[in-house]
Ligand binder design. Sequence first.
Ligand code: FNR
Length: 362
Amino acid sequence: MDIRQQRKLDHIRQALALDDGPLSNGFQDVRLLHDALPTVDFRAVDLSVPWMGKRLTMPLLINAITGGTSLVTEINRRLARLAARNGVAVAVGSQAAALRDPRLRDSYRVVRDENPDGVVFANVNPNTPVEKALEAVTMLEADGLQVHLNPAQELAMAEGDRDFRHWSGNIAELVRHCPVPLIVKEVGAGISMETAKRLLDLGVRCIDVGGAGGTNFVAIELRRQGLSVPAFEAWGIPTAASLAETVWAVESRQSVGDKATIIASGGIRDGWEAAKALSMGASLVGIAGAPLKGLLGGSPGAFSPSGNAEGDKAAQGWIDSFRHALQVNLALTGSSRIADLQNRPCLLTGALRDWLDLRGVP
Ligand code: FNR
């Protein structure tokens, strides 16, 4: 196994071993308003949303995790089945490995094979040339292409990238030539209002904020080297702050009708936090660490790359609770569909409000 394949397994092992943090995702400072006289039937609240020409049964994305070695094919198969069974979107991990070596394609392709009608996202790094990015899309008959921004992870990685000068120009090229919507995502350090505006200027129309408070890639990379640097591990923009900044960037830049779509992700723990993110302006909520921990048993000791039926049950249980919490949130805010929730008041308090005041976000 080469170093890149070994890295895929290390990432999963470390993600299972580490707790979220040290930053909080910030959603404890977001409050939805209770409606004591709702006019909805709880059993009839509709969580479904349109997404890129298809329909999701609820606004959930199982975010990019893995691929690139046959040892993780089974994980991707199980994640894809979970997505298909529940009618939610799913992304694969970075396809760089399969773009270098076509023999590794099956570990990604399984996600489309197990989920022929669902929403599936391809995933590349921001150095990927246009023709290779198109190959990644074709490989999965993908509905969208994620481009991940991970400068903190790269700098924490001994073998990581050091020169980021070409990322912006390449993203503009990808926007111009990609036949499916491009989604630019962070992986856990968040997108600021300034970065969001630059992405909008490059033509990007979908941003996944990937904020801090959940899976911590700096910590994962440092642990792989036997290191711990607390200040580096506390780097990043908490998800709720990043989401508010990105929503503000989109609203202050763009007219209704041409608005970019925002995905909230980064340490979202359950349907309660997802409801807050949707109410703040997200269209979709992404989760990676939570389903992975469910699927693989939550402890590194129990790590088995193939997963097992118990893991499937735990991951399904997590999704069932997520759906139920979202339904409760809709009913208790007097919302009969997700679009109603997105129009309900949402109070930003405490440290989050302080952050947004300092940043000039109303
Ligand atoms: C990831 N993530 C990720 N993202 C990406 O764009 N390409 C990738 O290859 C990977 N690989 C990867 C491996 C593992 C083991 C995990 C847990 C995550 C990042 C992921 O998509 C997401 O942005 C972050 O994990 C933040 O979300 P959570 O985990 O806090 O819900």
